[in-house]
Design a protein around this ligand. Structure first.
Ligand SMILES: Cc1cc2nc3c(=O)[nH]c(=O)nc-3n(C[C@H](O)[C@H](O)[C@H](O)COP(=O)(O)OP(=O)(O)OC[C@H]3O[C@@H](n4cnc5c(N)ncnc54)[C@H](O)[C@@H]3O)c2cc1C
Length: 572
């Protein structure tokens, strides 16, 4: 394996691939991924990518920007929302020209459908803005970009894990990798490192994420002194298949599906009279959990029904075929004739590594850390504020992934290789040997407890007492983790070892989520405090920054960028 690259991209989901494609020819680019690239979670995206193309009805990028800001409960940085919405049409046409097989209208244009929180004329009613390929949009975009990366000759290292990030004298210097096939540990040097390692929904018991979404890149930045932004904002998608959490895309409601409680009553119009079942996700998830808490779950249980029976078998087969097969496979439910049991499921992290509009990672003093970049779900631009709208993540990946790739080229003159002062390979080897020699607790047990605690104390509803107790328990698990052990001592294909390493990331991020969520004594977007049910712009219209300091986690704040839309009461 070559051990030196001009630019190293960690993560081969859409953010990493789009960034890597943008880095110009003269750069030697390495792309490192712990799973085979097309197995990245981006491939699971179902519903679509948002852009105001006006192919099905009139639309405008200003409306899209407004929806993104209001959907984010005004915590969205508005310069980022403007960049996202303005660049969306170009980004989608670019994907089309690369060969992404979008669904088509009768006239041959890219087909579009309605999605939660996307509206016409600043909130008047739903608008068709999501560009889609049936219910496998992420799959086809990921395959297309992967093909382009192969064409470009990017060096791709699959099933190679970043296990440390190296910063020397304030400049990114490279990463330490662990090769699953051989067990070899390498110090890979680079002038620029771009973190595109995705989200960390695996912190929670019920989630829609793939197994590899353990937030390694976010945690390694954090461990190396980078602050994390807005970690308390965890999105719960309203419709996870009960009880597994496997996603049923909002596209199901965009195509006409409705939610019903145990009495068979369609409840969303009571909570969101204008957008109804297509209100933003935080609103719909709270409505479902409120119905359940008030005893109107189906058969007294903790789920409600998603009813697609009005759509007809043909439409379901044509536009939602993966989803209907999930319902059939996991529950034995025929969605054309029977309702699907659903419950909110942890889905997306609004927070993450703070960056500027060009993917440059911002350090503790708010200025870029030379050579360090981030994009995608791992990053916090912050374009999603307190609650992301559906279809805006895929858009974020290709818009800000591209900008991060460009920034590496723009910064070329200031980037350089650094000598690494520590023997990082030796350090990591002894850490791994210690895990292999230990007789302490097993990762699976610690992980199961962590996920249960997070689900119990920091989900759709939260309060101080439960979170403080949860934080104590997470810290006690972190203590036990110090002597974590595994049975598998093999050199090669030791996935148990990686499970143990990933658990350190998950625990560190769980702590960061809780510390941030305890501090924010208001309710905004996905962060709903039972003890502080109102939004409090006077005190809390600011981003939370959490940093790992010498004496534990430190909290600071950053102003929100407001340009066009002053905060208003948020009704749908
Ligand atoms: C089921 C589901 C459906 C969704 N549907 C939509 C949708 O329709 N529209 C939308 O806009 N959004 C959707 N989202 C959200 C969106 O898909 C994700 O936010 C997005 O794909 C994340 O992309 P990414 O490039 O940041 O990371 P990912 O695609 O998650 O990729 C992460 C990459 O990082 C690599 N990696 C991680 N850790 C390491 C490590 N330690 N070392 C090396 N490599 C590492 C992995 O191998 C992987 O390649 C959906 C999400 C889910 C879970």
């Amino acid at each position: 394996m070559e051990l030196q690259f001009d630019a190293l991209v960690v993560g081969s989901g859409l953010a990493g691939l789009r960034a890597a494609l943008e880095i110009p020819e003269g750069f030697k680019v390495g792309l490192v991924s712990k799973v085979f690239p097309t197995r990245s979670h981006s491939g699971a995206a179902q519903g679509g990518i948002g852009a105001a193309l006006s192919n099905e009805e009139p639309d405008s990028w200003e409306w899209h920007m407004f929806d993104t800001v209001k959907g984010g409960d005004y915590l969205t940085d508005q310069d980022a929302a403007e960049t996202l919405a303005m660049d969306a049409a170009r980004a989608v046409y670019e994907l089309e020209h690369m060969g992404v097989p979008f669904n088509r209208t009768a006239e041959g244009r890219i087909a579009q459908r309605a999605f939660g929180g996307h509206t016409r004329n600043f909130g008047e009613g739903p608008v068709k803005r999501s560009c889609y390929a049936a219910d496998r949009t992420g799959r086809v975009v990921l395959d297309t970009l992967f093909g382009k990366a192969l064409e470009k000759g990017i060096h791709i290292f699959s099933e190679v894990y970043m296990i440390d990030l190296i910063i020397e004298k304030g400049h990114a210097a490279g990463i330490v990798t662990y090769d699953l096939a051989t067990g070899a540990i390498h110090n890979v040097k680079a002038k620029a490192v771009l973190i595109a390692t995705g989200g960390f929904g695996r912190v929670y018991k019920t989630n829609s994420n793939c197994f590899s979404n353990t937030g390694d890149g976010v945690y390694l930045c954090f461990r190396n002194g980078t602050p994390l932004e807005d970690m308390e904002f965890v999105q719960f998608h309203p419709t996870g298949i009960y009880p597994l959490g496997v996603l049923v895309s909002e596209a199901a409601r965009g195509e006409g599906g409705v939610l019903k409680n145990g009495l068979g009553f369609r409840f969303m119009p009571d909570y969101a009279p204008t957008l109804k079942d297509l209100a933003p996700r935080d609103v719909v998830s709270r409505a479902i959990d409120t119905e359940i808490r008030q005893g109107r779950g189906v058969n007294g249980k903790d789920y409600v029904h998603l009813d697609l029976t009005g759509l007809g078998a043909d439409k379901i087969e044509e536009k939602l075929s993966d989803i209907s097969s999930f319902a059939r496979i996991y529950l034995g439910v025929d969605s054309a004739t029977q309702p699907i049991p659903v419950t909110p499921t942890c889905h997306y992290m609004m927070g993450g590594i703070p960056t500027d509009l060009n993917g440059r990672v911002l350090g503790k003093n708010g200025t870029p850390i030379p050579g360090l970049y981030a994009a995608g779900e791992a990053a916090c631009v912050s374009v999603h504020g307190a609650n992301r709208l559906g279809t805006n993540s895929l858009l974020d990946l290709v818009v800000f992934g591209r900008r991060a790739g460009r920034a590496i080229a723009q910064d070329e003159k200031s980037l350089h290789f650094s000598d690494v002062s520590r023997d990082v390979v030796k350090e990591l080897t002894s850490k791994i040997n210690a895990i292999k020699r230990s007789n302490g607790p097993k990762p699976a047990n610690l992980r199961a407890r962590m996920r249960q605690i997070m689900t119990d104390c920091c989900s759709v509803f939260r309060n101080n007492d439960d979170m403080v107790k949860g934080l104590e328990e997470i810290r006690s698990i972190q203590e036990q983790y110090r002597s974590v052990s595994i049975d598998n001592r093999a050199e090669k294909f030791n996935t148990d070892l990686l499970d143990a390493i990933e658990l350190e990331s998950l625990l560190g991020l769980a702590e960061a989520i809780l510390v941030s969520a305890i501090v924010r004594t208001e309710s905004r977007g996905a962060h709903y405090r039972e003890d502080y049910p109102e939004r409090d712009d006077h005190n809390w219209l600011k981003h939370t920054m959490v940093t790992a300091g010498a004496n534990g986690l430190e909290i600071s704040f950053k102003p929100v960028k407001i340009t066009k839309f002053e905060p208003k009461a948020r009704t749908f």
